[in-house]
Design a protein around this ligand. Sequence first.
Ligand code: ADP
Ligand code: ASP
Ligand code: MG
Length: 402
Amino acid sequence: MLKVLKFGGTSVGTLERIQNVANIIKDIKDDGHDVIAVVSAMSGETNKLLEYADHFSSNPASPEIDMLLSSGERVTSALLSIALNDQGYLTTSMSGREAGITTSDAHTKARIENIDVTNMRNAISDGKVVIVAGFQGVTSNGRVSTLGRGGSDLTAVAIAGAIKADLCEIYTDVDGIYTTDPRIEPKAKKLDMISYDEMLELASLGAKVLQTRSVEMAKKLNVNLVSRSSFSPETPGTLITKEENIMEKPVVSGIALDRNQVRVGLYSVKDKPGIAASIFTGLADANVNVDMIIQTVGVDGVTDLDFTVPKTELDTTKKVMAHFVNDAKKIDYNEEISKVSIVGVGMKSHAGIASKAFQALADENINIRIISTSEIKISMIILEKYSELAVRALHEAYNLDK
Ligand code: ADP
Ligand code: ASP
Ligand code: MG
């Protein structure tokens, strides 16, 4: 079998951890499999590099940030290659460029456009373990680019798809996908399987265990994706697969928490056609990712409008909103909120799922500010200080610990 393995930041966080990864790869190679390993930077490294840049500028050029950040994953790929090679294995480390990954020129959030697998294939034919620096590629201008935070997951899935690997295993610091973040709810249960769509919702609603775009890509390219632990590699992980492969479909599969949201409130906005259109067009043009939107019924020619944006896009949002100060009595920004969501494919065919969530939060005296629903998820904006309580209350309400 050809396996693509990805090792995240904590899995390569120290020299001992890198040695541990080398041992995992050795075992898989000794079992007769071909291996492409994708590695992240050592944990904390990417943030440290960003702080270095921040020391010199509050607005550094994005191509320079990519030059800087891409170095983190190159360090680990070279070290892992050296460690394995010293144990008698043929290895080669590759940057994104050497691995044939070309991207758009949207620096710091580039999209993978093509993967030319020739170099990787040749190295595999030579019997080598290929070790790819994750999270990066090269633009058509020949500049190094990065794929957005958590992007090594995407590198691994995209390579697995392009080279038609049999399996893509994402090794991290927990042994799979749980019903909720096990660091918040110790009673969370590991799932044996989860559908691409549910995983996509969980990831985009805040469960950072897999990067959202990597799940999207896995679904599109039909990659057999497994999430598992480098700390206990003997424990089987969670398979992320097509919905039809899952026999017993749970009504609710998991709870996600996103603390990275800000609620923007506009009070007494003039209730006339075109206001919402110009606000949201302005935000879209500035590349702000607006999430939940709620507008109350107009009274006396005015109405209230609330929406949420990611905290990282707050400065840009404020700049855009400055154009609308005369259209509302007041605009305010509340960063002390979070979004808690329940996800499950079974919601499509079951009634009473939402009311159970609202009751569970009401029983804990937690006020819900905004609600939004789709076919397989319900999201609620609450005060941030109640985040963990809300996650645990919902986890219990749907019996996810059973
Ligand atoms: P890596 O550095 O390996 O990429 P991440 O820190 O990005 O790892 O993701 C792993 C973390 O995701 C876990 O430590 C866990 O706290 C968190 N997490 C959030 N939601 C879940 C979930 N539903 N199941 C498992 N882990 C989760
Ligand atoms: N090192 C990058 C980050 O911290 C990419 C990754 O780990 O996947 O976001
Ligand atoms: Mg990650």
